[in-house]
Design a protein around this ligand. Structure first.
Ligand SMILES: [Zn+2]
Length: 137
């Protein structure tokens, strides 16, 4: 796992990796916890993605997030998880590719997810509630 004390650096890392995956036979989703560092600052813990598939990455998240409590421990420190973020590959059928599984996850943790799609970070809780929050270009 990779710890970032600035979520923007994690966005960039995930976006670059996502672009690389587009050109790879072994497409992988990349997932992370967005964590609250206090004083309005967000960091991120990017999860290993070797076992992910092109549209799944949350088996690890479920195990490590203690089922929807939105707390995670890293390096002996307990963090509040603001939300979960993951990448979507670009050739989705519609929109940003928000899936029923994404919807279930969002309602499970009670906050919108973040999704990196085509170099933009979206905040999304359903197929109709999605807004771009940061361009990575
Ligand atoms: Zn998704």
């Amino acid at each position: 796992m990779l710890f970032y004390d600035d979520v923007n650096d994690a966005y960039k890392y995930m976006d670059v990796l996502n672009s690389m995956m587009q050109n790879d036979t072994y497409k992988k989703e990349i997932g992370a916890f967005v964590i609250n560092l206090g004083s309005g600052n967000e960091g991120a813990i990017v999860l290993p993605f070797y076992a992910n598939e092109d549209r799944t990455s949350f088996s690890d998240l479920y195990l490590k997030m203690d089922d929807f409590t939105r707390r995670v421990e890293f390096g002996g420190i307990d963090y509040e998880v603001n939300t979960l973020i993951h990448t979507h590959i670009y050739n989705v059928s519609s929109g940003i590719g928000f899936s029923p599984a994404d919807g279930a996850l969002s309602s499970g943790i009670g906050v919108p997810l973040r999704i990196i799609y085509n170099h933009v970070v979206y905040s999304a809780s359903s197929s109709t509630d999605q807004k771009p929050i940061k361009s990575l270009r």
